[in-house]
Design a protein around this ligand. Structure first.
Ligand code: PLP
Length: 406
């Protein structure tokens, strides 16, 4: 903040950013708190379950491919600008891999490489949303959806889920869709619940949106946010949404699948069946440019193209999940067993923010459910070392005793 000659304080930053600065992400703040606690008490004595930062290394093939590309490819084309949508050969490889795995029929003109799912979601929203348009999502939801929608002066409204299963409440969806609804963001496997939306759920959503499109004479898009598609346990299936609903944009990311969150790489899928497919594809490509991404990182486009059927060690997460889920249940906590992603959404015996503060006394960091638009729960990210899980358990037991759960 600077000061006018008259001595009055003058705000330098925009109103939009002022409110973001004021309400900085609770998750990010907890992460920073975890780092300062680690300095104070020693990292081995702090159990930081706040951030979804993978703890499993990327598959060896990622490193080997990157080294090979750096050694053998022409550096001018490897590091150069390309089409805003990404390298055509990379997009073709992504399309072929999806067709092989999901029986779809995409080609390179259906795929745009993005700077992770975050930029993919922003490109999709920028392409679709006019000021005042409405975006729906099911609560609890990934906090950034609200900020991303606000970037384009859209309005994010939430729709309830069943709090036993965390599957979407379809009646509530039907009631929530209006003439202003431009998009519904879904996320399965889900952050923060770990739930996978069943085929029946996806069909139910598609049916409602098709009916509403007819009723209002509008186009309503499903934006399917899929960073956790490959992180599933015991053979659970994640339905491929474009097969059930034409107006779909898939936002995929390699951040979790290949443990590459810092490299910022993902893609959008826009099927031919989507309304105005060609204009929509041009719009997301131009959005990529004018938002300042320009194109997805060139080296990592080439790397992931050779690693499309690879994934990080899901068994590592499964082991953590089983250990902490079974222990928490035995202490009297309640939570749904996650089928995918790497989060537990635990019901709290008191207000979630109060529970978070109590947990900190045990050096346990978890995120309040209110940050995901659903109080009475906390999110625990178990993408941490197995020792962190094991060593945190006595603290969780003491918390359960404190609240009379066991
Ligand atoms: N969507 C969800 C549900 C997420 O949990 C995350 C990251 O944690 C993202 C999107 C952003 O992922 P990316 O790193 O690909 O931008």
């Amino acid at each position: 903040m600077s000061t006018h000659a008259c001595g009055k304080a003058k705000k330098m930053i925009s109103k939009k950013m002022s409110s973001l600065v004021k309400n900085n992400s609770v998750i990010r703040m907890m992460f920073e708190e975890g780092q300062s606690m680690a300095k104070e008490f020693g990292p081995e004595n702090v159990y930081d379950f706040s951030l979804g930062n993978p703890n499993v290394p990327a598959p060896d093939r990622v490193r080997d491919t990157a080294i090979e590309l750096l050694k053998n490819e022409d550096p001018i084309s490897l590091h150069g600008y390309m089409n805003n949508a990404g390298f055509p050969d990379v997009r073709k490889k992504v399309a072929d891999s999806l067709n092989r795995r999901f029986g779809t029929s995409f080609n390179e003109n259906n795929i745009m490489m993005t700077v992770g799912a975050a930029a993919g979601l922003n490109c999709a929203l920028k392409a679709l949303i006019d000021p005042g348009d409405e975006v729906l999502t099911f609560a609890p939801y990934f906090v950034e959806y609200k900020n991303y929608t606000a970037n384009y002066d859209g309005v994010l409204n939430t729709v309830a889920t069943d709090h036993e299963t965390f599957q979407p409440d379809l009646k509530a969806l039907s009631d929530a869709v209006s003439e202003k609804t431009k998009a519904l963001i879904i996320n399965s496997p889900n952050n923060p619940t770990g739930v996978i939306y069943s085929e029946e759920t996806i069909k139910g959503i598609a049916k409602i949106l098709n009916e509403k499109q007819k009723e209002f004479g509008t186009e309503i898009f499903i934006i399917s946010d899929e960073p956790y598609r490959e992180l599933v346990y015991t053979g659970a299936e994640v339905p491929y949404v474009t097969k059930y609903y034409d107006n779909t944009i898939v936002c995929y990311s390699f951040s979790k699948t290949l443990s590459l969150p810092g490299e910022r790489i993902g893609y959008l899928v826009i099927p031919d069946e989507a309304a105005d497919h060609e204009d929509l594809f041009s719009a997301v490509s131009i959005a990529n440019r004018v938002m300042g991404c320009v194109n997805a990182p060139s080296l990592f486009q080439k790397v992931v193209a050779e690693c499309l059927e690879e994934k990080a060690d899901v068994d590592f997460y499964a082991r953590n999940r089983d250990e902490i889920y079974n222990a928490l249940l035995s202490y009297g906590f309640k939570c749904i067993k996650p089928e995918g992603a790497f989060y537990l959404f635990i019901e709290t015996p008191v207000d979630d923010r109060e529970f978070v503060e109590e947990a900190k006394k045990e050096h346990i960091l978890v995120v309040p459910g209110t940050s995901f638009a659903l109080g009475g729960f906390v999110r625990l990210a178990y993408c941490v070392s197995h020792e962190t899980v094991v060593n945190s358990l006595p603290g969780f037991k003491r918390l359960a005793e404190h609240y009379g759960l066991c």
